[in-house]
Write a protein that binds this ligand. Structure first.
Ligand SMILES: Nc1ncnc2c1ncn2[C@@H]1O[C@H](COP(=O)(O)OP(=O)(O)OP(=O)(O)O)[C@@H](O)[C@H]1O
Length: 332
C-alpha cells in the first residue's frame, strides 16, 4: 500500500521561465523512511508542501498527488484541505523556535493541537522528554533547541498522522542532538507505522537513515534508489558529484565541489539540465529529452549516458517510463 503517491507533478509559478517542479514522481509507504536530497532550490520543499496541498501563491499544477490512494490532494479545498493538513499529514521544519510562540507555555502549544493534559504528557513521553508534567509549564526559552524540536514533533503527532514530512528538521541542531532526533523519528515510524519523508542537503545522512532516496536537481528527480545502492553505486553524475563534495567522518579524502551553480528559475534548458556542470556529458546530452532510465537494482536515473550504459550491460531496449499526468489544479 502507498501512503503518498506523487505522479508526474509539474508546478509552474508566474514569472518563472521553467517549472519549479518538473514531472516529479515519488512515493512513500507506511513505515518507510524516504529521503529527498539536492542542493538549495532544487525543489525539495515544494515537493513536500505539495503533499499537504500547499503550493506557491499563483502556482498551477499538473500531475497528481494522492494520499492513501483515496485522497486527491490537489483537488482539496476549504475544510477538507484544512482537515488534511491537520490530520493524516504533519510537517516539521528546521527551526522549532519559529513554530512555538515564545510567550506561551509548552502545554498551550500542545493544547492548541487538540491534546488535553493527559494526552500532552503522553506525547512528551513519546518523544523522549523527561519530566513531561514540568515541561508543560515551561516556555520555549527554558528548553534547548533539541528539546524544542521534540516538542514540535510531539505537536505534530497530536493528530495521529500517518505521514510525517521532516523538512531539514535536524539541520539547525548539533550533531549529537541531530542523531538523537533522527533516532527518535525512526522509533516513531516503527512504533506507529508512520511514513517519513526526510528532506535534507546531506546525502550521507540520507544514506544512513533512509530506506530509499530521491535525488532532485532543477525541479526534477534525477535518481531514485535504495539508500544502500545510492551510496555504494551512485549512478547519476550529479549524485556522484554530491557525494564527492561532502565530507565523510574518519577519512581524509580531497573534496571535489561540483563546478558551476544550480540553475535558477530564470534559466531554461534544451537538453539535460545538468549538462553545463557535468564532467561526463556527451554532445547528444545537449539536445536529449530527459527521461528516467531503469537500473539493474530497480532504481532509476535520469541520464542519457547512464541509461545507455545500463541498457547495454543488460541487453535492454531501454523502454521509456510512461507518463501519467492526470490532474490539473490551480492554487492562489
Ligand atoms: N512561493 C514561491 N514563490 C516564488 N518562488 C518560489 C516559491 N517557493 C519556491 N520558490 C522557488 O522554487 C525553487 C525551489 O524551491 P524549494 O524551496 O522547493 O527548493 P529546496 O530544494 O527546498 O531548497 P532549500 O534547500 O534551499 O530549501 C527555488 O528557486 C525557489 O526560489
Amino acid at each position: 500500500m502507498t501512503l503518498l503517491d506523487i505522479k508526474d507533478l509539474t508546478v509552474r509559478i508566474p514569472g518563472a521561465a521553467r517549472p519549479v517542479l518538473d514531472s516529479v514522481s515519488l512515493h512513500v509507504a507506511p513505515g518507510e523512511v524516504v529521503g529527498l536530497v539536492g542542493e538549495s532550490g532544487s525543489g525539495k520543499s515544494t515537493t513536500a508542501k505539495a503533499a499537504i496541498g500547499l503550493l506557491p501563491s499563483g502556482a498551477t499544477a499538473t500531475g497528481s498527488v494522492r494520499f492513501s490512494s483515496d485522497t486527491d490532494v490537489l483537488a482539496l479545498t476549504g475544510e477538507r484541505l484544512r482537515a488534511h493538513r491537520a490530520g493524516p499529514v504533519a510537517m516539521v521544519h528546521q527551526d522549532p523556535r519559529a513554530a512555538l510562540n515564545p510567550v506561551r507555555r509548552i502545554g498551550d502549544f500542545l493544547q492548541e493541537r487538540g491534546a488535553d493534559r493527559a494526552r500532552a504528557v503522553e506525547l512528551l513521553e513519546a518523544v523522549g522528554l523527561s519530566s513531561p508534567a514540568r515541561r508543560l509549564r515551561q516556555r520555549p526559552h527554558e528548553l534547548s533547541g533539541g528539546m524544542l524540536q521534540r516538542v514540535v514533533i510531539a505537536g505534530a503527532l497530536a493528530a495521529e498522522p500517518r505521514l510525517l514530512l521532516a523538512d531539514e528538521a535536524t539541520s539547525a541542531l548539533d550533531v549529537t542532538t541531530q542523531a538523537e532526533i533522527l533516532a527518535l523519528l525512526r522509533t516513531l515510524r516503527a512504533d506507529r507505522d508512520l511514513g517519513l519523508l526526510l528532506i535534507t542537503h546531506d546525502l550521507h545522512l540520507a544514506a544512513a537513515y533512509c530506506d530509499r532516496v530521491y535525488v532532485m536537481y532543477a525541479g526534477r528527480v534525477v535518481e531514485s534508489r535504495s539508500a544502500k545502492a545510492l551510496f555504494t553505486t551512485p549512478a547519476h553524475p550529479y549524485t556522484r558529484g554530491l557525494l564527492a563534495c561532502s565530507p565523510t567522518l574518519g577519512t581524509t579524502q580531497t573534496l571535489h565541489p561540483i563546478p558551476g551553480r544550480p540553475p535558477s528559475l530564470s534559466d531554461t534548458f534544451t537538453g539535460c539540465p545538468f549538462v553545463s556542470r557535468c564532467g561526463e556529458s556527451e554532445e547528444s546530452c545537449e539536445t536529449w529529452t530527459p527521461q528516467r532510465s531503469p537500473l539493474e537494482d530497480g532504481g532509476t536515473a535520469e541520464c542519457a549516458v547512464v541509461g545507455r550504459r545500463s541498457a547495454r550491460r543488460n541487453g535492454w531496449a531501454q523502454p521509456p517510463v510512461p507518463s501519467t499526468a492526470t490532474t490539473k489544479a490551480s492554487h492562489s
